[in-house]
Design a protein around this ligand. Structure first.
Ligand SMILES: [Zn+2]
Ligand SMILES: [Zn+2]
Length: 407
């Protein structure tokens, strides 16, 4: 198979891709007309002399920059300020927790050496306070209801609450999920439910994006999110491919769902989160964001642009720091921290989660064959036994083939 000539773009703005595609297309137009006329001539029994050689072009789009630093962060956890220790009373501000700086989950992540944390309380935007020793970023987990099933999604980098599916009635019996006071008349009940059911996922997504934020779908396996439903959403940023809290219930993984979206041409980043509702659940998951420093805007922008890797571990921290470089049709991955006991396994996948190559090594190079629409790498380490498993997923590097012709 002919290897296409590859144009590599790192973190391209959308306009740049469109411009490049337009440029290639505009060059193609006379050729297409020429081929069409040539085809007609052949059809009518005439022959044309000369040969047209075709040559392929492709765009390779990688989210990876090569900054020296990686910053460890959690994208999904709940505070005891709003969640009361995760007891399901979200929305009631616990007066014993004066503000987020005194909140146990933030303290726990700081103790575990995390550099930043998004606190994603249900249906409430948690404003980021200035806390010494850890960068806290504002977010909200927004629940919605779409004809038959619920979905949850984290809205990052927003600045005010997006109303979700939980009904908060100040003079009612207190906050509870979808509970309406019995004292309400049928009309009042109907009005509340109408309000709740208008909060569909696309509504929440648009509200998030209007605020300049970005949204992921959380624990999709737990809610049985359908690939077609996900595909129907516009403007989604990411999907939580591993939710650590749901692993024991057999609903923690959504890698196939991620693949189904990527294989259909959607560009979604894959994240991993603990969904810790109490401090003892913190510490098994993180993203590592590649950034020049820990400035809020740099963390946000590199996360938004996919310049990060997603990791989980059952035991001690084994997740790697990596360097990913793209050159022509080669993608190379180098693990920059070494392990004492086990050599990690690096597996490359393309669409359909088809494994292209696995090797036990500290670095691996993949040569694109031209059949890939995207590739991701998975790095797995087992130290001692399966209990100490750790896995890391890179973000997809997209590869689009554009047929071109050169005389
Ligand atoms: Zn949730
Ligand atoms: Zn959650």
């Amino acid at each position: 198979m002919r290897i296409p000539e590859v144009i590599t773009i790192i973190n391209p703005p959308k306009s740049q891709i469109t411009r490049m595609q337009k440029r290639i297309t505009s060059r193609l137009l006379p050729v297409i007309v020429f081929l069409f006329v040539g085809g007609l001539l052949l059809l009518f029994g005439c022959s044309i002399s000369g040969e047209i050689r075709t040559r392929d072009k492709a765009l390779l789009v990688s989210p990876y920059h090569a900054f020296d630093n990686w910053y460890k962060g959690e994208l999904h956890c709940h505070s005891d300020r709003y969640e009361n220790g995760g007891a399901g009373t979200g929305g009631v501000i616990d007066p014993s927790v004066p503000n987020l700086s005194a909140c146990r989950i933030v303290e726990k992540f700081r103790e575990l050496g995390y550099d930043f944390v998004f606190v994603t309380d249900h249906e409430y935007f948690t404003p980021p306070p200035d806390i010494k020793g850890i960068l806290t970023l504002g977010a909200e987990e927004v629940g919605t209801y779409d004809s038959g099933y619920y979905s949850h999604g984290n809205a990052f980098d927003i600045h005010e609450t997006i109303k979700g599916d939980r009904v908060y009635i100040p003079d009612g019996p207190g906050y509870s999920e979808n509970v309406i006071p019995q004292a309400y008349s049928e009309e009042e009940k109907a009005a509340v439910w109408k309000d709740v059911f208008s909060r569909k996922r696309q509504y929440a997504l648009d509200a998030c994006n209007r605020q300049g934020g970005f949204m992921q779908i959380n624990h999709p396996a737990y809610y049985g999110i359908d690939p077609n439903f996900l595909n129907s959403l516009n403007g989604l940023w990411g999907i939580e491919i591993v939710n650590f809290s749901y692993i024991p219930r057999g609903k923690g993984f959504a890698i196939d769902l991620w693949d189904s979206q990527l294989s259909q041409g959607k560009r979604l980043w894959g994240t991993i989160g603990s969904d810790a509702h109490s401090p003892d659940k913190a510490g098994h998951t993180y993203v590592l964001v590649n950034s020049p420093d820990l400035q809020r805007n740099n963390i946000i922008n590199n996360l938004r642009n996919g310049n990060f890797i997603s990791c989980y571990q059952f035991g001690s921290e084994l997740a790697p720091r990596v360097r990913i470089a793209v050159r022509n049709n080669k993608i190379s991955l180098e693990i920059t921290n070494h392990y004492q006991n086990e050599v990690p396994a690096i597996t490359w996948y393309k669409q359909g989660m088809t494994a292209l190559k696995t090797e036990k090594a500290y670095n691996s190079t993949l040569i694109l064959q031209g059949t890939e629409t995207f590739v991701i790498a998975e790095i797995s380490v087992f130290e001692g036994d399966k209990k100490n498993e750790a896995r890391t997923y890179t973000q997809p590097i997209f590869f689009s083939r554009i047929i071109s012709t050169n005389p």
